[in-house]
Design a binder for this molecule. Structure first.
Ligand code: FAQ
Length: 327
């Protein structure tokens, strides 16, 4: 039987083969699974993990770009960046809400982020050193996010799939505003072009790593593919991203920092050089260049916002009591 446990609860639930088969048949028939439907505990926990981490990534992802709002080079750039960073905050909220339908609270998810039990995307542990980084993040990081998230619009879990439809529309605007910033710099003075190239040199490999470990080292992919949470493997999505991005870099006249990048006619895609997985795992385990600052900033925001949460709860309680008294 399906049992509604909390995050981290063990999976030793009494799920009969008939129950699991019936669930898999619904998945195979492309039915959407909704929050009140019976589901295997492993399915629920996988989604809480993935959606929670995705939500944290959106919220932590506001920090590197937020850092440049006051220094945007024009009012137009400032307005667009402000809107983009606000969008990321909105994505985090849709995603926390989608995860909450699985019986976990936002408080629990936030505590897991702050004490290091929950992850957020490795990419947000790198610093934004120049204005060009804002363009590169939009172009590459949002570009990678779209590649990963379009298939999530067809995820088997209804609330996650529906949240991703709007998220993807907004990410598409983010990618274009980023590409346009990089294009302006690439067509600018030699110093501006150099700034764009330096930024690309620093962000290319971390963007490639965003898709996660190679399929052979991805512990969750097989089960997540069978449950149609993921529709493509990490390597498949990474390959699609590289194939889409190489011509964009060529158009800009910039060089991707991978001497082994070469078109492979037989596979119909680009081959690439080796990925530094030691760096990836170091960053994922909390030792990225900006890891401490990111968590410190999130902890401060959570602590400083405590009075708002308490006031909102007290207000809701007062309204509830008033309504009860009137009935
Ligand atoms: N960073 O077995 P797999 C954005 C972990 S949103 C950190 O392959 P899975 C928008 C993984 O969690 C970006 N950890 O795992 C934006 C697992 O550890 P666990 C975020 C990573 O789940 C743009 C372990 O490695 N997007 O950018 C990473 O099947 C600009 C083994 O990995 C999403 O979250 C990583 N890069 O596949 C915002 C999309 N990769 O949990 C602001 C949804 C892997 O057992 C500005 N998530 N790990 O402790 C997914 O699609 C999947 O979760 C993957 C990983 C593909 C990320």
């Amino acid at each position: 039987m399906y049992s509604q446990g909390l995050i981290g609860a063990d999976g030793r639930t009494d799920e009969t083969p008939e129950f699991l088969d019936a669930f898999q048949r619904r998945i195979d028939a492309e039915e959407k699974i909704e929050p009140n439907d019976a589901m295997p505990e492993g399915y629920r926990r996988t989604l809480v993990r993935q959606i929670g981490q995705h939500a944290h990534s959106e919220i932590v992802g506001m920090l590197p770009e937020g850092n440049w709002i006051t220094r945007a080079p024009s009012l137009r750039r400032k307005a667009a960046l402000l809107a983009k960073v606000q969008d990321e905050g909105g994505h985090g909220l849709y995603l926390y809400s989608a995860a909450e339908t699985l019986g976990v609270s936002r408080e629990e998810m936030t505590e897991e982020l702050l004490d290091g039990r929950a992850k957020y995307s490795s990419i947000f542990n790198y610093p934004t050193l120049s204005w060009a980084d804002i363009g590169t993040i939009g172009w590459l990081v949002d570009g990678a996010a779209i590649m990963n998230q379009i298939p999530l619009c067809r995820c088997s879990f209804g609330p996650y799939a529906r949240a991703m439809i709007r998220v993807c529309k907004e990410e598409s605007f983010h990618q274009r505003q980023g590409y346009e910033i990089v294009m302006t710099l690439a067509q600018g003075t030699p110093a501006q072009k150099e700034m764009a190239q330096d930024s690309l040199n620093r962000w290319w490999w971390p963007s490639i790593m965003m898709f996660g470990p190679h399929d052979s080292d991805s512990q969750h992919s097989d089960q997540s593919m069978a449950w149609k949470i993921k529709r493509f493997t990490n390597d498949e999505l990474r390959q699609k991203f590289i194939d889409a991005t190489v011509p964009q870099a060529e158009y800009l006249g910039l060089t991707l920092p991978d001497p082994d990048l070469k078109w492979n006619e037989a596979k119909g895609g680009y081959d690439h050089g080796p990925i530094d997985w030691d760096e990836f795992w170091r960053v994922v385990k909390g030792h990225g260049p900006m890891a401490r600052d990111r968590i410190k900033a999130r902890r401060k925001a959570w602590d400083d916002g405590a009075w708002v949460r308490e006031a909102a709860l007290a207000h809701a309680e007062k309204r509830r009591a008033r309504k009860m008294a009137a009935e």
